[in-house]
Write a protein that binds this ligand. Sequence first.
Ligand code: GLU
Length: 304
Amino acid sequence: MNYPQILKEVQEEINAQQLEGKIATYIPELAKVNPDCFGMHLTCVDGQHFAFGDSKERFSIQSISKVLSMALAMQLEGNNLWKRVDVEPSGTPFNSLIQLENENGIPRNPLINAGAIVVADVLVSHLDHPKEDFLNYVRQLSGHQMIHFDLKVAQSEAETGFRNAALANFLKSYGNLQNDVDTVLDFYFHQCSIAMNCHELVDTFMVFANGGCLLDQSECFFTLSQTKRINAIMQTCGFYDEAGEFTFRVGLPGKSGVGGGIVAVHPQQYAVAVWSPPLNPKGNSAKGMAALELLTTKTGLSIF
Ligand code: GLU
């Protein structure tokens, strides 16, 4: 596959289009980002990698972190996790409250905010030093020791995260939050604030393209069954109420965040990350969606 040529074409074709989008401003700190940033990084399972644009600039990974917290919670809690959070696509916006009431405090899946807050609660219960331990887990998966929380983003979200506070209180009222609401939210805001660039994101998610193991096979973090489940949840729930559209257009498991990042994996082939901050009305990076659609169209490869 001629990835250098394909990525060049993706970059040129996307830059030639006028794709509309709006930067997320509900977390004030996110509004400061340059809307013109656009980068992509792709690493194949044979270790070859290719990139363009702002692929080395860090951004707030936001909801992409929910895959990593879910993965750790699956390891720590096993199947008991699924008693507290379901695995069905939500078909509602990421921060919706309505569904939670209709379904008696059991969130539809771990990748919407309500589900991620339950997962955060599980991690707070299990970990001795939750924020520090989670950050170390992410560093281990990625192989990058310099990955950090962006404390300004975490603080900014804490000051304005009223809907998440509502969700957490709601969960608590249903008995689906064991720890103190403020402690769980503090963990959740920090996990969402992790900053990575496209290259680091790809390195972190490579395990999900590689059967749960690092590329050099020196360590396996997940069993094949866990890897299958994590990819399945990304496929069905990774794009808010646009998961069907992403599957239809791109055909890969992936996860987006309101910082404008998207990461996707093609099992046994590659992991890819793209970043462009302006979001479409469903909250996914407008250029990122289009770029990944072009990638799978040009390679002629998807999981379907
Ligand atoms: N921290 C963000 C929130 O809870 C994450 C949203 C996202 O990336 O979808 O609103």
